[in-house]
Design a protein around this ligand. Structure first.
Ligand SMILES: Cc1ncc(COP(=O)(O)O)c(C=O)c1O
Length: 479
């Protein structure tokens, strides 16, 4: 397999701790540190590591020490060498990506279970009934037509286009394609734009639905680790775009799932410029754009009009409505409509009429929704600081979840043992590729504060009971 990403000696050295202050020989400390970086997703699987000579120079240690560390990594299954092309980060054979379990695990019948497996909100109280009544009143007009419209009802396309225009993104209704939610949009775009073996660049961590959809079309994922302090690692992303020239980049710059990060304008510009130079089509997933606790950033489509944008009412309003959209060129929208005509012929008219009623109500709804969400986020942060101070948590700027760094790579055993203790959580490895990210846990804050506080108490109890010596992290990632 051809190399897709490289990390240089100095870049790797910058990620490593002081090897001489670790216990044991330096080669073992180097091996353990690189292993941890791979498992934590800081070095992506399939990344080419520096040559032994280059790393020895960067670390100012002997080449023999690096050789011994690389040998140990190879033996443990974290490094593979290919004649003539170098050594690549990998995970032990037998590791495999987990497929989705959050939604398909049977929902617990037990009343006392706190379900934190999904980053969602329930519908705003009292609104759904009235918008459904209004939509039903408009239905007779549509009942006189055949009811099929693969691109979506004109009234809804105009409402969506209008919302883009108000955010500074010039948009006509024929640039809007209505979908059954954002994930449906992602799926259709991948079917249209991706062939087996094509590369798709994503953030690491990222929304598991993106990874699953990419896998299903046979794409190869180039997952670029987010910066340790949160947000995009712009140099890494630019380098990955240059080195791998992926067909698509699938990014979540507006209150990223799972970290809640908002990417600043300069980073957006730099990455969009690099994508353009690499010939990469950028798809921006704006599922969470309405859920910010801070001022929004310039939409990516306002920076570069070739950006394809995905959005949805699932997060700001209600997932049960199943209404999302794609904003793209008129040409791409037409190609999507042709594709959809062979799949399901379009969305339900009544649901689209309901969505058209939701748009004018959103501006009034969002302030109260955001205020509630913010106090839930703060309650969750406070509970984590109180009960699990050894976990590192970055404050999300919006969205519906935070990304906690645990003090041991045991997210999967934690989630397995948390379920019988009454908390459903999805381990960090679901947000990465190849079983990495075991040191992280996504915790959504869409539930009322008292549930979040109780959930953290239960998680803390389970965490203290976990026997870290009996369950070494390396073994756990091999599913
Ligand atoms: C980033 C992201 N995109 C898409 C989706 C799917 O959303 P929808 O319900 O609109 O299909 C989710 C759901 O969690 C998500 O987090």
């Amino acid at each position: 397999m051809a190399p897709v990403m490289r990390i240089g000696g100095r870049s790797l050295a910058a990620l490593l701790p002081d090897l001489h202050s670790q216990r044991g020989p330096v080669y073992a400390a180097l091996c353990d540190s690189v292993t941890a970086l791979i498992l934590d997703g800081r070095i992506g699987v399939e990344t080419r590591l520096p040559s032994e000579r280059e790393l020895a120079t960067a670390l100012q240690i002997s080449r023999a020490t690096v050789t011994a560390a690389y040998d140990a990594l190879r033996t443990a299954g974290f490094l593979v060498s290919r004649t003539g092309s170098g050594s690549f980060a990998t995970v032990p054979s037998g590791s495999r990506p987990r497929t989705s379990l959050a939604r398909w695990s049977s929902q617990s019948e037990a009343e006392d279970v706190i379900d934190l497996s999904c980053a969602t909100l329930s519908a705003p109280p009292g609104v759904l009934q009235s918008v459904v009544v209004d939509a039903a009143a408009a239905l007779p007009l549509y009942a006189e037509t055949d009811g099929y419209d693969p691109g979506g009802l004109p009234v809804l396309r105009e409402a969506i286009a209008d919302r883009f225009r108000r955010r500074g993104v010039p948009t006509s209704p024929d640039q809007i394609f209505v979908t059954n939610g954002a994930l449906h949009g992602l799926d259709l775009l991948m079917r249209l734009l991706i062939g087996p073996g094509d590369r798709i660049l994503t953030e690491l961590p990222t929304y598991p639905g993106t990874l699953d959809a990419a896998r299903r079309v046979g794409a190869r994922t180039v997952a670029v680790p987010m910066a340790a302090e949160g947000g995009w690692d712009v140099p890494a992303m630019v380098a990955a775009l240059r080195q791998t020239a992926p067909r698509l980049a699938l990014l979540i710059p507006d209150f990223h799932n799972p970290t809640g990060a908002l990417i600043d304008g300069e980073s957006r510009k730099a990455v969009l410029r690099a994508a353009r130079q690499a010939g990469t089509t950028v798809i921006v997933d704006e599922s969470f754009v309405e859920l910010g606790f801070v001022e929004p950033e310039t939409p990516c489509a306002a920076i570069d009009s070739s950006v394809v944008t995905i959005g949805s009412l699932s997060k700001p309003f209600w997932g049960g409505l199943r209404i999302g959209w794609i904003r793209a060129s008129v040409d791409l929208v037409q190609r999507l409509a042709v594709l959809r005509a062979s799949i399901d012929l379009g969305g339900a008219v009544l649901d689209q009429l309901v969505a058209a009623q939701v748009f004018p109500a959103l501006d009034d709804l969002m302030p109260a929704r955001l205020a509630g969400l913010l106090s839930q986020r703060d309650a969750l942060l406070a509970a984590l600081r109180r009960e699990l101070p050894e976990w590192r948590v970055t404050e999300p700027q919006g969205g519906l979840s935070l990304w906690a760094e645990l003090d041991a790579p045991m997210s999967t055993p934690l989630s397995l043992l948390a379920a019988p203790a009454g908390v459903l959580v999805v381990p960090g490895s679901r947000f990465g590729v190849d079983g990495t990210l075991e040191r992280f846990l996504r915790i959504p804050f869409g539930l009322p504060a008292e549930y979040l506080t109780e959930a953290v108490t239960r998680l803390a109890t389970v965490w203290r009971q976990l026997d870290r010596n009996a369950l070494p992290g390396r073994q756990l990632v091999v599913a």
